[in-house]
Ligand binder design. Structure first.
Ligand SMILES: C[S@@+](CC[C@H](N)C(=O)[O-])C[C@H]1O[C@@H](n2cnc3c(N)ncnc32)[C@H](O)[C@@H]1O
Length: 298
C-alpha cells in the first residue's frame, strides 16, 4: 500500500514552489511528492522518475487526465513520468526538451509497496526469493552476489554499506552455507545471520543491516546517488532547491560531503537536518531514521 512520503509537508512547504516552474521528483514511488507539487501549482511541470516500472504503472490510478501512460495533466499542470534511474537525470530530461529545473526531490531507498511485495525480496519478515533489483533490467540479483562474492568482499559489503559489526562471521557463514546449498530465500539468509550472532536480543537489527547492504550493492545505490548529485550544479536554475531524504547514515554522509564540497554552488537552507516529529514517528515507524536536508542553488 502507498502512503504519503515521510516528511511530506516539510518537503512540499520548503521546495519554493512557484507557478510556471519545473520540478523533478527523482523517486516517484507511490507518487505523493509528484502529486503534492502538482497540487500546489496552477501551471508548471512536474517530472517523476522511478527505476521501478511498477511505480510508473501504478501512477495511472490517480484520477488525472491521461494524455498517454507517461504524460498526465492536473488542470494546467503537466506531469511526466520517466522510467529510468536518476543517475541519468540530465540526459533523460534533455530527451523531453528540459535542460534546467527549479527543484529536485530525492526520497531515497525503497517504498513500502516494494518492501511488501514478495517478488522484490526486500523483506526479511516473509519468505521470498532474494532478488532485490528495483530495475528488473539489471543482470545481478542478491542471490547472485551471495553465491559469487568472495568472503572478504561480502564482509566489506556488510561493513561499508551498513556498519554491521558481525560482518566477518556473517560472511564466513554465508560461504559455509553456500557450499552445502544455494542461498536463495530471505528466511534462509535470516537463519545464517541468526547463526552468526551470539546475543539474539537485537537479531533483527543485524538482519536489517545485512538486507540493507545487499540492496545497496545490487542497485548500486551510492553510485547512482553520486552520479545524480554531480549533475545538479548545471541542472538546477539559480534559486532552485534540492531536497534529499535519507534513511541511513551511509547515504546521508554522501549527501553531506557532496554539498560541503560545493558550497560555492549551493547553500544549506537550514544548516540543520529536519527530522520527523514524534507524531509522525508514532504513525509510521519507518520514518524514525529519516533526515531531510535542503539546499538552494546560488
Ligand atoms: C522511498 S520510495 C519514494 C516514495 C515516494 N516519495 C512516495 O511518495 O511514495 C523510493 C522510490 O525511489 C525509487 N528509486 C530508488 N532508487 C532510484 C534511482 N536510482 N533512480 C530512480 N528511482 C529510484 C524506488 O524504486 C522507489 O520507488
Amino acid at each position: 500500500m502507498y502512503h504519503n512520503a515521510v516528511l511530506f509537508k516539510n518537503i512540499i512547504d520548503n521546495l519554493g514552489i512557484e507557478n510556471g516552474k519545473i520540478y523533478v521528483d527523482a523517486t516517484l514511488g507511490g507518487g505523493s511528492i509528484t502529486l503534492g507539487i502538482a497540487n500546489r501549482l496552477q501551471t508548471g511541470t512536474v517530472i517523476g522518475f522511478d527505476v521501478d516500472i511498477n511505480a510508473i504503472e501504478n501512477f495511472s490510478n490517480k484520477g488525472l487526465q491521461i494524455i498517454n501512460p507517461f504524460h498526465f495533466k492536473l488542470k494546467d499542470v503537466d506531469i511526466y513520468l520517466i522510467n529510468a534511474n536518476f543517475r541519468k537525470i540530465a540526459s533523460e530530461l534533455t530527451k523531453i526538451g528540459i535542460n534546467h529545473v527549479d527543484g529536485v526531490v530525492y526520497d531515497l531507498g525503497v517504498s513500502s509497496f516494494q518492501i511488501d511485495n514478495p517478488n522484490m525480496g526486500f523483506s526479511y519478515k516473509a519468505e521470498s526469493l532474494l532478488d532485490m533489483r528495483m530495475d528488473k533490467n539489471l543482470k545481478v540479483t542478491a542471490q547472485d552476489l551471495l553465491m559469487v562474492m568472495y568472503k572478504n568482499e561480502l564482509e566489506d559489503m556488510f561493513k561499508k554499506y551498513s556498519d554491521e559489526p558481525f560482518a566477518h562471521t556473517i560472511a564466513l557463514n554465508i560461504v559455509k552455507e553456500r557450499k552445502k546449498k544455494k542461498i536463495q530465500s530471505s528466511l534462509q539468509l535470516v537463519e545464517i545471520v541468526k547463526s552468526s550472532i551470539k546475543n539474539q536480543t537485537y537479531l533483527y537489527r543485524h538482519v536489517a543491516r545485512v538486507f540493507q547492504a545487499l540492496r545497496i550493492a545490487v542497485n548500486d545505490e551510492l553510485g547512482a546517488l553520486n552520479d545524480s548529485l554531480l549533475q545538479l550544479p548545471t541542472l538546477i536554475a539559480y534559486g532552485g532547491r534540492v531536497e534529499i531524504v535519507t534513511f541511513h547514515s551511509i547515504e546521508d554522509r554522501k549527501v553531506k560531503s557532496f554539498f560541503k564540497e560545493n558550497t560555492d554552488k549551493f547553500r544549506s537552507l537550514y544548516n540543520n537536518i529536519i527530522y520527523p516529529s514524534d507524531v509522525e514517528i508514532n504513525e509510521n515507524i519507518r520514518s524514525r531514521s529519516a533526515k531531510l536536508r535542503i539546499y538552494e542553488k546560488i
